[in-house]
Design a protein around this ligand. Structure first.
Ligand code: SF4
Length: 230
């Protein structure tokens, strides 16, 4: 799977404008407005680079260097802290792919977990947080980050591309720490719910969604569920 590229995202943001009435957008802006990494909040102790960004028009995030109001307006974006391996203060709402026969996923629980793409081909683990726009990935990632209390639950919506239809037969989890169930919403959408009850430390398990495509062929999509239990 190849994710929608940065240029397409920027183009869409210019065409769509800002979702000023959407609560998720207002919530993101409120979080960024209080954040110590917002150029509007930097202090004398910050780096020269941060001070340079402060004199530019518009508030920027000094972690990812993005204009905050633009970044917050795109559903596929997430807080810049994820790029320095810290817990993001807000998560992505959608992962869009450009492959004709792949899926998009929508994050119905963005206050609980983040979503992105991952790959482990030939033993090389990579994800779409650090990869380039042309990189190809094998599975979706549901990242709970740090789980303080269990059980924790999140759900996502799987959406087929280009009006393709699909029908889920069953879903399975590789570990008892993650219970998974699905609801077929219509011929192009299904909701998948993950209940995690992890042991202390890192946890990760593969969830397989088995479905038949519009031609009746049996296929599967993989979702890696991961996080850290305090
Ligand atoms: S994107 Fe994240 S790190 Fe950057 S200003 Fe907003 S809350 Fe802070």
């Amino acid at each position: 799977m190849i994710k929608k590229g940065k240029l397409s995202v920027i183009f869409d943001s210019l065409v769509d404008g800002k979702p000023s009435d959407e609560q998720w957008y207002k919530d993101r802006l409120a979080i960024c407005s209080e954040c110590e990494h917002n150029t509007n909040n930097i202090t004398k102790s910050n780096s020269t680079l941060a001070k340079l960004f402060k004199i530019m028009p518009f508030d920027h995030c000094i972690i990812c260097k993005c204009i905050i109001s633009n970044k917050c307006s795109r559903k596929e974006e997430m807080c810049g802290l994820i790029y320095i391996n810290q817990k993001p203060k807000w998560n992505a709402l959608v992962v869009e792919t450009i492959d004709n026969d792949a899926f998009n996923i929508y994050n119905n629980s963005f206050s609980h977990a983040n979503i992105y793409l991952g790959s482990d081909r030939n033993g090389e683990i990579k994800d779409s947080l650090s990869g380039s726009d042309n990189d190809s990935y094998d599975y979706f990632v549901v990242d709970f980050g740090v789980v303080d209390n269990d059980p924790d639950t999140m759900s996502l919506t799987l959406e087929s591309k280009n009006g393709n239809t699909f029908n889920i037969g069953h879903v399975s989890s590789g570990c008892g720490c993650t219970k998974v169930k699905f609801t077929q919403l219509d011929e192009q959408h299904a909701a998948i719910t993950f209940d995690v009850i992890p042991k202390i430390g890192d946890f990760a398990t593969n969830v397989m969604v088995y479905y038949s495509d519009k031609n009746g062929l049996s296929k599967s999509v993989r979702i890696l569920v991961k996080g850290f239990r305090n």
